[in-house]
Design a protein around this ligand. Structure first.
Ligand code: ATP
Ligand code: LTN
Length: 325
């Protein structure tokens, strides 16, 4: 099974990204052939400061490596370093109908949110994502629910291309992360934790200091009652229990048992401690890797070489079929 997924190099990486997406990638690399891409071309579909984009791209690489992406098992590379992505994107542009992009939920939402910055790249975002996937004969694309529509478009375009130009692309399947992997906002347990939330009290960032973690957990909203139990009637406590479980490796039922005679205050204090203990070694590792830019460059060069080896064969076949070479 070959797997592909991408992540944008954004400033804030929170525990939702870590427990939701990155953790799943780390598990997948043990039994699948994984290709992971830092999608910096996708990132510039909204304005970015050049220096920051560059810094954040390398930071993301360091975080992925520190969290457990193993460059011996997986291909890890930067999207803009493999030119075949934009080449295939252009060709796919010519078989995509404008209404197919106009109905994309993410485009509609982002266009509303960033009225001044609705550029053609933002509109074309799903086709670049289709190109990312189709270049590598992918079986499985692990993504969040919000990206399902984009993977659906990749499937449509693959089928359409095959029909017009002859069998070329494999049809990929989205693997949607289940709800249990979803971390909700600390200030609103009904909405997912998100870096674009209005308040930083919404999330625990991977970079947060012990002081910040304690503060944020202390201020996290809770539910009425005082029982520490995972139930649909207690979305806030359920979310905190979920975070506790993912950071400590303990089963939810074990944690419920542990706190059956305690109140929210005690539970939250212990949760902050568990989170700090979980994040500190990761933060240390990130800093260590960041200092070793030579290592990061080596991993990326190797990733680029391996990715391009596959991508160049696909693009050659595509260009031949279309009549470009
Ligand atoms: P935004 O605020 O722009 O929506 P985000 O913080 O939600 O961003 P993304 O960059 O959209 O994060 O997502 C990166 C990856 O992390 C995706 O695979 C996404 O499904 C996953 N992810 C994001 N937020 C969560 C969350 N709260 N729980 C679990 N997984 C998440
Ligand atoms: N749009 C995705 C990131 C992404 C991606 C991909 C995911 C870009 N290209 C290809 C899977 C496959 C996001 O914002 N999470």
């Amino acid at each position: 099974m070959r797997v592909f997924s991408g992540i944008q190099p954004t400033g804030i990486i929170h525990i939702g990204n870590l427990f939701g997406a990155i953790r799943n990638w780390i598990l997948l690399q043990n039994h699948c052939e994984c290709i992971f891409c830092i999608v910096n071309y996708h990132a510039i579909t909204l304005p970015k400061k050049p220096e920051e984009l560059k810094k954040q791209t390398y930071k993301m690489v360091a975080i992925l490596l520190a969290a457990g992406i193993d460059p011996k098992k997986s291909i890890l590379f930067i999207q803009s370093e493999v030119k075949e992505h934009t080449e295939l994107c252009w060709i796919l542009n010519t078989i995509t109908k404008i209404p197919e992009l106009e109905r994309m939920t993410q485009f509609k939402e982002k266009a509303k949110e960033h009225k001044e910055d609705v550029n053609v790249g933002l509109f074309d975002y799903p086709i670049l994502m289709a190109a990312d996937i189709l270049l590598y004969n992918i079986d499985i694309v692990p993504v969040g629910e919000d990206q399902k529509q984009h993977v659906e478009l990749a499937r449509t375009l693959a089928r359409r291309f095959n029909k017009i130009f002859g069998e070329t692309f494999k049809i990929p399947t989205a693997s949607i992360q289940e709800d249990a992997g979803r971390i909700m906002g600390l200030d609103n347990p009904l909405k997912k934790m998100s870096k674009s939330a209005k308040s930083s009290l919404n999330y625990i960032a991977i970079d947060d200091s012990p002081q910040q973690i304690r503060e944020k957990i202390k201020k996290a909203v809770t539910d009425s009652g005082k029982e520490i139990k995972k139930t649909p009637q207690k979305p806030a406590i359920s979310n905190l229990l979920n975070i506790y479980s993912l950071s400590s490796g303990k089963e939810i039922s074990t944690i419920e048992d542990e706190f059956k005679n305690s109140g929210y205050k005690e539970f939250k204090e212990k949760l902050a401690l568990v989170l700090i203990e979980f994040l500190l070694p990761l933060q240390k590792k990130v800093r260590k890797i960041e200092k070793d830019q030579k290592y990061i460059k080596k991993v990326l060069a190797e990733g680029r070489r391996k990715a391009q080896e596959i991508a160049k064969d696909t693009i050659k076949e595509v260009k031949e079929k279309v009549g470009l070479v």
